[in-house]
Ligand binder design. Structure first.
Ligand SMILES: Nc1ncnc2c1ncn2[C@@H]1O[C@H](COP(=O)(O)OP(=O)(O)O)[C@@H](O)[C@H]1O
Ligand SMILES: O=C(O)C1=C[C@@H](OP(=O)(O)O)[C@@H](O)[C@H](O)C1
Ligand SMILES: [Mg+2]
Length: 183
């Protein structure tokens, strides 16, 4: 069955979800399993500016980071057969949501607040400028606000208590089933 411009099987896959849920790690694994090329939007931005994300926030500012993020996502979302992991804040921009939802399969990696707070937060403080200088209550508030934004997706996977490999395997298997059903 053909969809608008390319078949379901050819559509690029975009991973969304909160910081640290595993978009970069799982995107890479899924790309490997499906023999597709992988683009991590944060890594692409870091390459363009030749500096890590926290330094970009500090020296160039979040506004320009978000603009570059939007441009790169619009560029890659229009391509076929890619696996794209976007940053946790990318879906805050309407144009990003529209570009991804129009052309790609958007997979929302969902984690509960308790698991995120207990198992991920400690790994992220240094590398995620958006978390720096915020109280726990403010971070929980951000988590809940972002959750509403991620409501726009094609499918959702709950990641609590699953390993990176288990999640990637589950996603790959589910995609293969849905492609087969659409043949
Ligand atoms: N399912 C998981 N179980 C345990 N650790 C995980 C899992 N998914 C990701 N991680 C770890 O969490 C950290 C953040 O993962 P990352 O892929 O960078 O998340 P994101 O791109 O969503 O911010 C990494 O150290 C990664 O190994
Ligand atoms: O949620 C956010 O606003 C951000 C998430 C980060 O990506 P990950 O979600 O991959 O950590 C990165 O884009 C930047 O630090 C801002
Ligand atoms: Mg990431």
């Amino acid at each position: 069955m053909q969809t608008n411009e390319c078949s379901l099987r050819e559509k690029s896959i975009v991973f969304i979800g909160f910081m640290g849920v595993g978009k970069t790690t799982i995107g890479k694994l899924v790309a490997k399993k499906l023999y597709r090329s992988f683009i991590d939007i944060d890594e692409a931005i870091e390459q363009e500016y030749q500096m890590p994300v926290p330094e970009i926030f500090k020296t160039i500012g979040e506004k320009e980071f978000r603009e570059k993020e939007k441009q790169l996502i619009q560029h890659y979302a229009g391509q076929k057969l890619k696996i794209i992991s976007v940053g946790g804040g990318a879906f805050m921009q309407k144009e990003v949501r529209e570009a991804c939802m129009a052309d790609c399969i958007v997979i929302y990696l969902d984690i509960t607040w308790d698991v995120w707070k207990n198992e991920r937060l400690h790994m992220l403080m240094e590398s995620r400028p958006v978390l720096q200088g915020r109280s726990m209550e403010e971070i929980e508030d951000l988590f809940n606000k972002r959750k509403m934004i991620y409501a726009e997706h094609s499918s959702k996977v709950s990641t609590d208590h699953l390993t990176e490999e288990e999640i990637a395997e589950y996603i790959t298997d589910s995609l293969k089933v849905s492609w087969k059903m659409n043949e």
